[in-house]
Design a protein around this ligand. Structure first.
Ligand code: ACO
Length: 326
């Protein structure tokens, strides 16, 4: 089996900034509440003509350029999203067309905020066995389109953006050392979007009750997240024969600074090894981790040979962790 690693990264976020002060004009909230309870100061919002694939394509071009490969060289395109342009075709097929990646097969995955780790694990299998040489994994969401802007419990948390990586075979000893994926469908009711699917097709009632927007039990998601961020981290490190002491850099899902703080404490990591950008972007679902990765690399925070730990959680409920030797 071949070793599989990330050979290029890129990200894209919309220009429009929505600050906590802007939100104070929309719902009964305060900058202080949002900052102290979540760590978020502002987020990016796509305009009404921008769909998820538009963000995805921009991030993809940047990752391809970084990897120094042409679209024709891609064998497989995975898009992780909970806000596809439409139900079908997949956003990945739309992206394939826009990139001119005619040699790739393309499909979407839906593991909510854990999508980056799920995508890494899928890409790894295809490349390790030699079925594919180059895989483009894009995590993109326009959560602003499924947000209830009158619900202060949720609307302060989310933002729009896209992160992309190119995966390929790498030298022995480098690349993805291990991944852990998990799901617990029993927790589905804590974070869901009930309206607009086959169970509850769009209707006037759905629109009136705003059931086509994110419904969340924040405290239950919080409790789950705090537990699983630590346990999934320890589990994947153990699979590699490593401990938290061996971690050179941690890129966690960017949902809430208190969730990250708790994971960092439980793992006894020092804060200079942890990347945080939720203050400027909020929670961008599965795009959060690859956007953070791209920024950390461009800021020269990750070096060859570093052990990088990724961990995330999301609707489903789902979780995932990965260790990559850079
Ligand atoms: N501004 C002011 N007050 C608010 C706001 C707001 N934006 N939102 C909630 N409140 C109020 C509540 O109404 C409540 O008031 P009450 O006591 O009078 O009822 C009070 O603040 C406290 O609410 P809690 O829910 O206890 O606040 P908590 O400290 O739990 O923080 C939060 C809420 C930030 C949502 C937290 O629970 C959290 O981050 N949960 C995880 C959510 C998450 O990460 N979701 C995304 C998962 S990933 C994915 O797949 C998209």
């Amino acid at each position: 089996l071949r070793n599989v690693g990330i050979i290029g990264t890129g990200h894209f976020v919309p220009d429009k900034v929505l600050t906590n002060f802007d939100l104070m004009k929309m719902v009964d909230t305060s900058d202080e509440w949002i900052r102290t309870r979540t760590g978020i100061k502002e987020r990016r919002i796509a305009d009404e003509n921008t769909a998820t694939s538009d963000l995805a394509v921009e991030a993809a071009w940047r990752a391809l350029e970084d990897a120094k490969i042409e679209p024709e060289e891609i064998d497989m395109i995975i898009v992780s999203t909970v806000t596809p342009d439409m139900n079908f075709p997949s956003t990945a097929c739309i992206v394939q067309d826009k990139l001119g990646a005619q040699n790739a097969f393309a499909f979407d995955i839906e593991a909510a905020c854990s999508g980056f780790i799920y995508g890494l694990a899928i890409a790894q299998q295809f490349i390790a066995t030699g079925s594919c040489n180059k895989v483009l994994l894009i995590c993109a969401d326009t959560l602003s389109k499924i947000t209830n802007w009158e619900d202060r419990n949720t609307c302060v948390l989310f933002g729009d953006g896209a992160g992309a990586v190119v995966l390929g075979a790498v030298d022995e000893g480098y690349g993805i050392l291990s991944t852990v994926l998990g799901s617990d469908g029993k927790g589905g009711e804590y974070l869901y979007l009930p309206g607009g699917g086959s169970r509850m097709p769009l209707s006037e009632e759905v629109l009136e009750k705003k059931l086509n927007t994110i419904q969340m039990n924040g405290q239950e998601v919080f409790k789950f997240a705090v537990k699983v961020m630590a346990s999934a981290s320890v589990e994947v490190l153990e699979k590699c024969g490593l401990t938290p002491d061996d971690v050179d850099f941690l890129i966690p899902h960017q949902a809430n600074i208190r969730i990250i703080d708790s994971a960092v404490k439980r793992l006894s990591l020092s804060y200079d090894k942890v990347y945080v950008n939720l203050d400027k972007y909020g929670n961008m679902s599965s795009a959060s981790i690859p956007v953070a990765l791209d920024e950390a690399l461009k800021e020269d925070k990750i070096h060859k040979g570093d052990v990088v730990l990724f961990v995330g959680f999301g609707a489903g409920l789902t979780w995932g962790s990965a260790v990559i030797k850079w």
